[in-house]
Design a protein around this ligand. Structure first.
Ligand code: FES
Length: 168
């Protein structure tokens, strides 16, 4: 399958330059996570082509960039919906209905784990510990907003609120 090479725009390169400047010259690779985050902010996800461009820009092997992207599941390796819903299913949350919360969302929105609704609004996926185990079930909206004690009722309310938000 052929793909269009990802070209760093001047504006993106300038943002990368600012991140690289925070490190000693011989450690420019330390900016890899920041560069990946910039691409995700701009593109909504991190494509393989953009990873290759970052590797070239930072002077590091492409495989080392892939390792970062695949280790941290906040990096989207494919396009996601307007709202990305990550539900924690690690053990402490499992013991307090984390899996049930995930299953409820998947059933409600009619998607598989990691899937996106046909209208492009929601991507639902399980995730690793969010560091709020005592608040289980917990989830994260768009990698930013933590939601605690997510009963089925609260999940339904959240989906309704986000749908309403999307219309505005
Ligand atoms: S195990 Fe779910 S937040 Fe820690």
């Amino acid at each position: 399958m052929s793909s269009t090479p990802y070209q760093l725009s001047d504006a993106t390169r300038a943002r990368f330059d600012r991140e690289v400047a925070k490190y000693p010259a011989e450690q420019r690779q330390s900016a890899v996570m920041a560069c990946l985050s910039i691409v995700q902010q701009e593109q909504g996800h991190v494509s393989r082509e953009s990873e290759d461009a970052i590797a070239a820009y930072l002077g590091m092997p492409a495989i080392a960039v892939y390792e970062v992207t695949t280790f941290y599941n906040m990096y989207n390796q494919r396009p996601v919906g307007k709202f990305k819903l990550n539900v924690c299913t690690n053990l402490p949350c499992q013991l307090r209905d984390g899996q049930k919360a995930l299953d409820h969302l998947l059933n409600k929105l009619g998607v598989e784990d990691g899937g996106t609704t046909a209208d492009g609004l929601f991507t639902v996926q399980k995730c690793e510990c969010l560091g709020a185990c005592a608040d289980a079930p917990v989830m994260l909206v768009n990698d930013r907003q933590m939601c605690s004690f997510m009963s089925h009722e609260r999940l339904d309310d959240l989906v309704d609120t986000l749908k309403a938000h999307a219309k505005n």
